[in-house]
Design a protein around this ligand. Structure first.
Ligand SMILES: Nc1ncnc2c1ncn2[C@@H]1O[C@H](COP(=O)(O)OP(=O)(O)OP(=O)(O)O)[C@@H](O)[C@H]1O
Length: 626
């Protein structure tokens, strides 16, 4: 009990320190926002004081300057741009009207993320996924505009009949939340979409828009809208109103060459705002602006943010990696969840000390799944449930890696490693939001540890998860005499027994007794702590499914296919040739490697080899010709 109190005390201390780092010591009204807007922030959103990023960005946006905001995930970027724009809109001498058309345009990209296995299908489902999650910005907008009824919010985010969108635009929308593809479509084809008075364009999640290949769309949009200060309005497209002073904002949790390029083409003498930014520490002033020509911005930013730029991560986030042989991945995952659950439960509910009590809480814990191939309604339900459940475990693909704001996520487990380092940053960014504490664990096989070097290039350093310490807390059964000796992962009786139980459960010949026992084992190890996210390519839990063996085989197949899809430099680290497919099968609780699936993978690999050879041949031909 005393220990618990001590831990809680330490935690509260850390949290209050984090809180002073996240929140500014000023009020929203001191930043120049209208009193009614400050009331709305407090009453409708519960925001008493601004976050640091809001305190820095709001006055700059109010001043009319272009802005580039680079701040860690979960630092409150959304309100940093919505609040000052609403303020500026409400203070027009003549109240704006619907007939003025769109004045503010937020291009958000909150929810769609590339996923390795289901990339194609998720791409097809993009609009629906987007609609479900991106509504966060629209919701905040609605709340803030509650007492400014003459400023009309609207959205074009797919998942909806196009004519409905058209009708909405025809009626007039003052602040529009849109995706690049849809926006471009309406810019080109919806003549009633009035945007000659457009004053603000906000590129939120800018890095993602560009990574996903929307660069061309964005350039076309910028051309159509004649952005910056309207020195040039594009040829043949709808011109802007030269009297309107344009102001563009670009927000991103990570910066790279592509973002720099977008900054180059869309921002004019921007003020750059960043938190805990080593690059900005060299500059004496809190904000700094590059008063020179826009080309200099690109040059400066190239110098500052090379392709190995450092990424911003919440300082209080505790990042660990765990090195596990492939065959033991599943049982180690479950053991970690059990440990997390017990620790969190005993810290939170210090009166609940007995195994049975902990187990009771655990049994009430919900296990949810989220992936792009689910229908819209199911995704929405999962999203809501995970938000509101006191204690839940979410198995998810990358559909939820970005922009989603789940409260109180305690731990992110990346069961499968992400691709680019930016993916890593955004996945872990779902925890430790707004100064709260958070942990992350990245699973790596011993042959994959070079991935850590890749992360280090971006200033992301992980420490090793104390797996041996964890294992020592599990029963050794017949190996009790080895109590002080080292027991390897592969030999540890707890893990071996768990693996066997899971394999028996998955295989079809199960007796009912066995089955029950397995479910119990799985129940035992399920997490109880509030909110755990587990990242995995195989989103389907292998338990509680009627055709569990088939599901496990499908998951195995998808996983291996996804592994072959790592791109560029990462192919060197995640080498499919080094995989032991028998061990991969074990990580899906399969006793044997599924043979049919293997054939299709072999076919896939052969095709890749052929393609590679072809490429080498054609290169040689080019060289010999020259
Ligand atoms: N001033 C504030 N006071 C209290 N809570 C706030 C404040 N500003 C934002 N929040 C809350 O902080 C969380 C993170 O905010 P937001 O989603 O805007 O962050 P973000 O920087 O856009 O994150 P990401 O980059 O991951 O999308 C949200 O739950 C939001 O409601």
């Amino acid at each position: 009990m005393e220990q618990n109190n001590k831990n809680n005390g330490r935690r509260l201390k850390a949290e209050s320190k984090n809180s002073s780092e996240v929140f500014a010591s000023c009020s929203f009204s001191s930043l120049g926002l209208h009193p009614t807007l400050c009331d709305q922030l407090k009453e409708r959103l519960g925001f008493e004081v601004p976050t640091q990023v809001q305190a820095q960005a709001i006055p700059v946006v109010l001043s009319g300057r272009h802005v580039l905001v680079n701040a860690a995930t979960g630092t409150g970027k959304t309100v940093a741009y919505l609040a000052p724009i609403i303020h500026l809109l409400q203070e027009y001498d003549q109240r704006i009207q619907r007939t003025d058309g769109t004045l503010g345009l937020a291009q958000i990209f909150r929810a769609f993320v590339w996923n390795m296995i289901w990339s194609r299908r998720e791409f097809e489902n993009f609009e629906a996924v987007f609609t479900a999650w991106s509504s966060k910005v629209y919701e905040i907008l609605q709340k803030l505009l509650h007492r400014f009824h003459w400023i009309v919010p609207g959205y074009i985010m797919g998942g909806e009949n196009r004519s409905k969108e058209k009708a909405r635009l025809r009626k007039g929308v003052s602040i529009l939340v849109a995706t690049p593809g849809h926006l471009l479509d309406h810019l080109k084809n919806t003549s009633s979409f009035l945007h000659t008075n457009l004053r603000w364009i906000i590129f939120d999640e800018a890095d993602r828009i560009l990574e996903l290949g929307y660069g061309k769309d964005i350039e076309e949009i910028i051309n159509c809208l004649g952005t910056r200060n309207d020195k040039s309005v594009s040829k043949g497209t709808s011109a802007g109103n030269p009297k309107v002073q344009k102001q563009n904002l670009l927000l991103s949790a990570t910066l790279n060459d592509k973002v720099n390029h977008l900054a180059n083409i869309s921002l004019e003498n921007p003020v750059m705002i960043g938190l805990d930014d080593k690059m900005l520490q060299n500059v004496s002033h809190k904000h700094f602006s590059l008063e020179s020509d826009v080309l200099d911005v690109a040059e400066e930013s190239r110098k500052m943010f090379s392709s190995n730029e450092e990424y911003k991560l919440p300082a209080q986030l505790v990042q660990k990696y765990i090195k596990v042989p492939c065959g033991s991945r599943l049982v180690v995952l479950l053991s970690i969840l059990k440990d997390l659950f017990e620790k969190e439960a005993s810290q939170k509910w210090s009166t609940l000390q007995s195994e049975t009590e902990l187990r009771q809480i655990f049994l009430r814990c919900k296990t949810l799944r989220l992936h792009g191939n689910m229908n819209h309604e199911d995704r929405k339900t999962t999203f809501q449930m995970f938000k509101t459940e006191k204690s839940a475990l979410l198995l998810s693909t990358d559909v939820s890696a970005r922009g989603l704001d789940f409260p109180k996520v305690r731990c992110i487990i990346q069961y499968d490693s992400p691709g680019e380092a930016t993916e890593y940053v955004h996945r872990v960014g779902r925890t430790a939001r707004l100064g709260e504490r958070g942990d992350s664990v990245l699973f790596l096989q011993p042959v994959e540890v070079d991935y850590l070097k890749d992360l280090e290039k971006h200033g992301v350093t992980l420490t090793e998860y104390p797996l041996q310490k964890l294992l020592s807390s599990f029963p050794l059964f017949r190996l009790k005499h080895q109590v002080n000796k080292f027991v390897s992962i592969e030999m540890h009786p707890w893990l071996v027994a768990l693996q066997r139980a899971l394999e028996s459960f998955v295989s079809a010949e199960l007796g009912i007794k066995h089955r029950q026992r397995t479910i119990e084992v799985v129940s035992m190890i399920k997490s109880q702590t509030p909110y755990y996210l587990v990242w995995g390519r195989s989103f389907r839990p292998v338990y509680y499914q009627p055709k569990v063996k088939k599901l496990a085989k499908d998951a195995f197949s998808s996983w291996v296919r996804a592994y072959t899809a790592h791109r560029g430099e990462l192919k060197r680290i995640f080498m499919v040739k080094k995989l032991h497919l028998g061990h991969v099968a074990k990580s899906f609780a399969l006793k044997e490697q599924p043979s049919i699936v293997n054939k299709s993978i072999q076919k896939h690999l052969k095709k890749r080899k052929r393609d590679d050879k072809q490429k080498v041949k054609s290169k040689k031909r080019v060289i010999s010709k020259s």
